[in-house]
Design a binder for this molecule. Structure first.
Ligand code: 5GP
Ligand code: ZN
Length: 115
């Protein structure tokens, strides 16, 4: 989708700081990070919802999320993390291209997870 900012990042038209990638997913740092290393796992094909992904990609999605989370926890030395998908407007999805947030957490950081 031409106007999608994440499609532009995947296509290299807009720069981003890559954490890792696989054939079907890219992981890059969020530009408004809640903590150093806050990153987004995105499928390279434009879909809006977690429920729309090709069935065979769910395993790769979890594997790349695990690999990226391990790298972020090691490189940025955080204690804990949240994995979050805001799916749909009412859930707080702003960018209409499926993405999973890897949000590093530390005791006392005060970050409130959306209810
Ligand atoms: P949502 O609320 O849709 O779950 O979150 C979208 C996320 O995408 C936000 O955390 C926002 O900071 C991030 N984001 C939006 N545009 C860009 C961009 O151009 N580059 C990067 N790296 N992150 C972006
Ligand atoms: Zn897109």
């Amino acid at each position: 989708m031409e106007s999608c900012i994440f499609c532009k990042i995947i296509g290299g038209e807009v720069s981003s700081e890559k954490i890792t990638e696989t054939d079907n997913f890219l992981v890059f740092r969020d530009m408004n990070e809640k903590a150093p290393g806050h990153s987004l796992v995105v499928p390279k094909t434009h879909i809006k919802s977690f429920l729309e992904m090709d069935r065979e990609l769910y395993g790769e999605f979890m594997e790349v999320t695990k690999a990226a989370t391990e790298k972020i926890m090691k490189d940025y030395k955080h204690e804990s993390f949240n994995l979050i998908i805001n799916d749909g407007e009412a859930a707080g999805q702003v960018v209409s291209h499926l993405h999973l947030h890897i949000i590093p957490r530390n005791v006392g950081d005060g970050y409130k997870i959306c209810p």
